[in-house]
Design a protein around this ligand. Structure first.
Ligand code: AMP
Ligand code: GLY
Length: 418
């Protein structure tokens, strides 16, 4: 079969790598992909939000299955548009993807259906200034729309809250409505399922590291590294997440007339008072996918097709025992401004067994690999346990370098002994 993957980051490299292993694949395309992905799939130079051209490409080339990586094309109705003309595509339609693309929608849905989440109120950007004058501190401020990880501010003082609201001004319409949310204290966990809209199969857990520097310092990024599974996820907690969060959310979306198909990602906070949803995402996480997909033994093409056909009951997901970790190698300055075009050394040297390199922002020019993004590469290592995976990843990172490269040295460190 012919498969098209939409996206061009590390998550999509991991998806293409996994899909390429399916014996059913005859031809694999990726739009727009990246230089690393070009070694295993044919790159199609169409941006992820140019839905007209993606639809035409899939139609003309008779693509059997399209797989959506990032959230932006979901918000642009890619799934609706493909399905309207009978093309098979894996991911939620726009109305269901609102669970990620509108925090106002997702908070209202959770409140209406009793899904545990922090108390919140929604106000206009202007009115938020008055509200924060009298709220309890710390307070969490979120913009309604997509903000590439920059739409959340945790303010410990009124001055920080005002600065946060001022910062949201440059986000345009995404910040028309502001969610003022109760601050929750606890441990964070990312939990993933694949669903046909009714039945959901757990895909397991991962823990992301969003801050740029060691010790969770510095500004938020798209994610500087992750590990999987999370030792926080006991079988009892997994059943609780399924019964209190995932199943009621899928039922709620169906009742609201927007059943959800695809991978659903719940960002959870485990507090002393119990389990809360921080947010939902309508896709795999990046870099969480780079830790979860390499641990999955089952053919991911079979799983996606089963979800599309409503027969997930026939799928038995099998996983590698042990753990995995992904370290992100970033350009100097990221998540702020950074240089591109630095030569990457050591990228083609053979990697030890159990270590994989996923490209996020690279190009190949005149015989050299160059940096082309903020997050440049991800090193994923598998091990019998998290400690072994960590050792492997941090040993492999030494073989790669580029000017001003930086990465966190404490990915998974706090969890290593568990
Ligand atoms: P979100 O995009 O909603 O997941 O928020 C991004 C990050 O902000 C989360 O990963 C948490 O670290 C933090 N966060 C979000 N909401 C809360 C909350 N209510 N209490 C404490 N931290 C939060
Ligand atoms: N790593 C966080 C995300 O993909 O949203």
């Amino acid at each position: 079969m012919k498969v098209l993957v939409i996206g061009g980051g590390g998550r999509e490299h991991a998806l293409v790598w996994k899909i390429a292993q399916s014996p059913r694949i005859e031809q694999l395309f990726c739009a727009p992909g990246n230089a690393g992905i070009s070694e295993i799939a044919e790159l199609i130079q169409i941006p992820v939000d140019d839905i007209d051209r993606l639809v035409s490409f899939a139609k003309i080339r008779a693509v059997d299955l399209t797989v959506v990586g990032p959230e932006l094309p979901l918000a642009h109705r890619i799934v609706d548009r493909f399905q309207e003309i009978g093309l098979r595509i894996f991911g939620p339609r726009r109305a269901a993807a609102e669970i990620e693309t509108s925090k106002v929608f997702s908070k209202a849905l959770m409140d209406k259906y009793g899904i545990p989440t922090a108390k919140s109120e929604v106000v206009s950007h202007e009115a938020a200034y008055t509200h924060i004058a009298s709220t309890d501190l710390p307070v969490v401020l979120k913009v309604d729309g997509l903000a590439a990880g920059k739409g959340v501010v945790i303010a410990h003082s009124r001055a920080e809250a005002i600065a946060g609201l001022d910062g949201f001004k440059k986000m345009g319409d995404a910040a028309n409505q502001i969610i003022i949310e109760e601050y929750l204290e606890g441990e964070e966990l990312s939990f993933f399922v694949v669903t046909d809209g009714i039945r959901a199969l757990p895909l397991g857990s991962a823990q992301d590291h969003k801050r740029v520097f060691d010790g969770n310092l510095g500004p938020n990024t798209g994610g500087m590294g992750a590990f999987s599974p999370s030792p926080l996820l006991t079988p009892a907690l997994e059943s609780e997440i399924m019964s209190k969060v995932i199943d009621p959310t899928l039922q709620a979306l169906s009742k609201e007339g927007c059943p959800y198909q695809g991978v659903l990602y719940a960002g959870l906070m485990l507090t002393k008072k119990g389990l809360y949803v921080l947010e939902f995402n309508a896709r795999w996480g990046d870099p969480e996918a780079q830790t979860l997909l390499p641990r999955l033994k089952t053919d991911w093409v079979d799983v996606m097709e089963a979800a599309l056909d409503g027969r997930l009951n026939q799928i038995n997901l099998e996983w590698e025992a042990g753990g995995s970790i992904c370290l992100i190698l970033a350009s100097g300055g990221y998540p702020g401004s950074y240089e591109k075009g630095e030569i990457i050394w050591g990228i083609q040297d053979p990697l030890p067994d159990g270590v994989l390199l996923f490209h996020a922002g690279t190009t190949f020019k005149d015989g050299e690999w160059l940096t082309a993004g903020g997050r440049v590469l991800g090193i994923t290592a598998l091990g019998r346990n998290l400690s072994e995976a960590r050792r492997q990843a941090y040993a492999a990172v030494k073989q790669i370098s580029f000017e001003k490269m930086h990465y966190r040295t404490d990915i998974g460190a706090a969890r290593e002994s568990q």
